[in-house]
Write a protein that binds this ligand. Structure first.
Ligand code: FE2
Length: 460
């Protein structure tokens, strides 16, 4: 995702290029059918006949698709030594000129359950058994901030690890990613907020997520709060992308229900926003849609059955696929609004995103109707929600999708009104003023300040 995303002209969204199909004339046989039979046929035709790929302008889309090494499966986090040795040779030129006879890894963690579950001990033990030295840096509780990064960078400069390993949720991975970049490039986190670029590759960063939600393991940015400067924003660069990702669903088994719900909702929102991004492209669409298909049917179940490994696996894959999609094509207005709200209020990010998504879908529906219909249809195929209604026009089906989303989010106790999150109307002006950046620019519809105030009012 690039915060410098240009404001694309309307015609580049491709949505205007779609030609409405002329309705087929009824055959003699169809005229003899009962109303119910006709309706059934219409429903099936509507389902079958609509183009599944609605973006008709792929030939004008340019994209590249970088991907780090990935391992997925039960217990792969304990294969960290493998990842370290695999990265050793190609990464040598970028590692400190220290004695590499014994690799050293700085393990960044948070207040996560991997300590109490024993998972961290298992990973440290595996490193010890493979003669890899480790040091643990705990960032404590709370959202990622510049102080956590600066403290970690100083530790890395003192201890000279060859690798930075982040094991945790989005905040931990973001801090670890930033430490890896800044330890090699120098300076303070706030300088990167101000635009200092990463000029050389960071220390090799290995990401091991313990929640299924943020997608931080795959992104090229770290979202950091700077309380002294009064903002929360990303530092970014391809030099800080993880070199290796270990996706171990076992680590998410101990994730509590509320965190499972918030992070799962975030992942679903990210998948939907990537799918409808103005920068969407065919490969990202595949990942985004697969993410929706994995997350939507599992969300409620996994919150209620946290020990179900199969459901945890699908959520982890879905979250990762959403991350792959949005890290390539960006997000949308939900995330544009969630940033200032998240800075002003201490509310879990996924909760904010969940409360906003139905209202943003309604706002976008005129521009993204066909993609929304496709999402609704796919979700409907899974027999989770209300049936797709072919007699409604596309915009109405966008609104219908918003209704489906509200239903599924309410099942995992996500408030659907901003007032239920404790957000005050008096902050709307400030929120609207500070809703800007990459996520807004990739939203299907570019909002004016009045649009934002109107949307916030409706969502309240
Ligand atoms: Fe998010």
């Amino acid at each position: 995702m690039n915060s410098e995303t240009p404001d694309l002209p309307e015609e580049e969204s491709g949505l205007e290029q779609i030609q409405e199909k002329e309705a087929p004339k009824p055959t003699e046989t169809q005229e003899k059918l009962s109303e119910d039979e006709k309706k059934q046929i219409e429903m099936e035709e509507d389902f079958i006949g609509k183009p599944l790929i609605v973006h008709t302008e792929w030939q004008d889309v340019h994209f590249s698709f970088p991907a780090p090494k990935i391992r997925f499966g039960k217990g792969v986090s304990r294969d960290l030594p493998h990842a370290i040795f695999e990265l050793l040779d190609p990464m040598l030129p970028y590692i400190h000129k220290a004695d590499i006879a014994q690799p050293k890894a700085m393990i960044v963690i948070g207040e996560s359950s991997i300590k109490t579950s024993g998972a961290l001990d298992g990973i440290l033990e595996a490193c010890k058994n493979n003669a890899i030295e480790t040091m643990v840096y705990s960032i404590g509780k709370g959202e990622a901030n510049v102080d956590m990064v600066d403290e970690g960078v100083q530790l890395a400069l003192d201890e000279k690890p060859h690798y930075i390993v982040g094991i945790g949720g989005g905040s931990v991975l973001d801090v670890a990613k930033a430490i890896a970049g800044i330890a090699r490039n120098g300076g303070l986190a706030e300088e990167y907020h101000e635009g200092k670029p990463f000029e050389v590759p960071g220390l090799p960063f290995i990401a091991i997520p313990t929640t299924a939600g943020t997608g931080s393991e795959i992104t090229n940015n770290a979202v950091l709060i700077d309380k002294t400067q009064n903002f929360k924003k990303s530092i970014r660069g391809n030099q800080i992308i993880a070199k290796y990702i270990l996706l171990d669903p076992e680590l998410t088994l101990s994730c509590p229900p509320d965190v499972t719900a918030h992070s799962g909702v975030d992942a679903l929102v990210q998948a939907i926003e990537a799918y409808t991004s103005r920068k969407s492209h065919p490969i990202a669409d595949i990942y985004a849609m697969q993410a929706i298909m994995l997350i939507a049917p599992n969300l409620r179940y996994v919150v209620e059955h946290g020990q179900d490994y199969a459901a945890r696996s699908e959520m982890m894959l879905g979250s990762f696929f959403a991350g792959v999609a949005f890290s390539n094509v960006g997000l949308g207005l939900v995330h544009g609004l969630a940033h200032p709200i998240g800075y002003k209020y201490d509310i879990p990010h996924g909760k904010i995103c969940g409360a906003l998504l139905p209202w943003v879908i309604e706002y976008n529906t005129e521009k993204s109707a066909q993609k929304y219909v496709k999402i609704a249809r796919v979700i409907g195929q899974l027999d989770l929600f209300t049936k797709f209604e072919p007699e409604c026009n596309d915009s109405e089906n966008g609104r219908r999708l918003a209704g489906m989303i509200k239903e599924v989010f309410s099942q995992v106790q996500i408030p659907l009104r901003l007032q239920d999150l404790g957000i005050l109307k008096e902050d709307f002006d400030w929120i609207a003023e500070n809703t800007k950046g990459g996520s807004v620019n990739t939203n299907p519809r570019i909002p004016t300040k009045e649009d934002l105030l109107d949307l916030l009012e409706k969502a309240w």
